[in-house]
Design a protein. Structure first.
Length: 283
């Protein structure tokens, strides 16, 4: 690849041949930037870069760029915190930047954009469909919170239907424990499966349905509710048994003498309780 750098008054001159020139694209506003003059967007909505799935996808992107070149330049803005005047923040394209660095390249093509970096990054990632369902859902909520948009305004700005926005916002309400597990999974659940989880009102039922999803690959709301009812029933049984045991101990305190065989019975009861505790603790 051609890695020559040409300096111009406007910064790094557009690359027109070799290197990572996009195919059949207008390169008049494309600049070449040293990869070490860039830093990730602090508002990056894409959180997963280290899971096995993310690493595999990044390696595939690296191989594609090596074979076909960088088809789309990354989007950048000037970095006010950079020591020199030629530092940039990546608004969109962090995966492409990482892939180019993996290839050992010193420069990458970029296009300067204007506007709020957080909003630009969110919209860019959503439109490129590079986000997981959880990342996309949280991106929608971030856009609405940051800009004061309603779901209707967000739908118009993204060119999406209002019901689809409502579904994704619903997914964003899932418990953080479920969302975090989705972020690190090699193959995260589909939007439809997560939406079914999000439609369940009780958190404990959502967790039960999540466990079903993990084991059976689908969400069964009625089964989740049955599990919850079984859990509540078992909790009630345990509570009654514990109360009875406490009453027994209170009465036992009043006993001054006891027969040897009763001592043996108490020891057996103690061993049985310890065994049950160990069994429950290992579940």
């Amino acid at each position: 690849m051609n890695k020559s750098r040409v300096q111009s008054k406007g910064g790094f001159a557009p690359l027109t041949v070799g290197g990572f020139t996009p195919r059949n694209k207008d390169t008049s506003h494309i600049i070449r930037i040293p990869v070490d003059h860039l830093r990730p967007n602090p508002f990056q909505v894409r959180k997963d870069f280290d899971s096995p799935r993310a690493r595999r996808e990044l390696e595939e992107l690296r191989d594609s760029i090596k074979e076909h070149g960088l088809q789309t330049p990354i989007h950048v803005q000037k970095d006010p915190d950079h020591l020199n005047s030629d530092g940039y923040i990546i608004v969109a394209g962090e995966r492409r930047w990482r892939a180019v660095k993996m290839l050992g390249e010193k420069f990458i093509e970029a296009k300067r954009v204007e506007g709020d970096p957080e909003t630009l990054a969110l919209i860019e990632n959503i439109q490129r469909a590079e986000l997981s369902p959880i990342e996309e859902a949280e991106a929608y909520v971030s856009l609405m919170n940051k800009n004061g948009w309603t779901q209707g305004v967000l739908a118009r700005n993204l060119g999406k239907s209002r019901p689809s926005i409502n579904d994704m916002v619903k997914i964003a309400t899932l418990p953080e424990t479920i969302k975090q597990k989705c972020r690190v999974m090699d193959t995260p659940p589909s939007k439809s499966a997560l939406l079914e989880l999000a439609k369940i009102d009780e958190v404990i039922e959502q967790i039960a349905a999540w466990n079903t999803l993990q084991s059976k690959g689908k969400v069964n709301i009625s089964e989740a509710r049955q599990r919850r009812q079984k859990t509540l029933s078992q909790t009630e049984v345990f509570s009654k048994a514990l109360s009875a045991a406490k009453r027994f101990l209170e009465r036992l305190d009043a006993v001054e003498q006891i027969l040897p065989e009763d001592i043996d019975n108490l020891l057996e009861l103690r061993d049985a309780i310890n065994k049950k505790i160990n069994t429950l603790h290992s579940v």
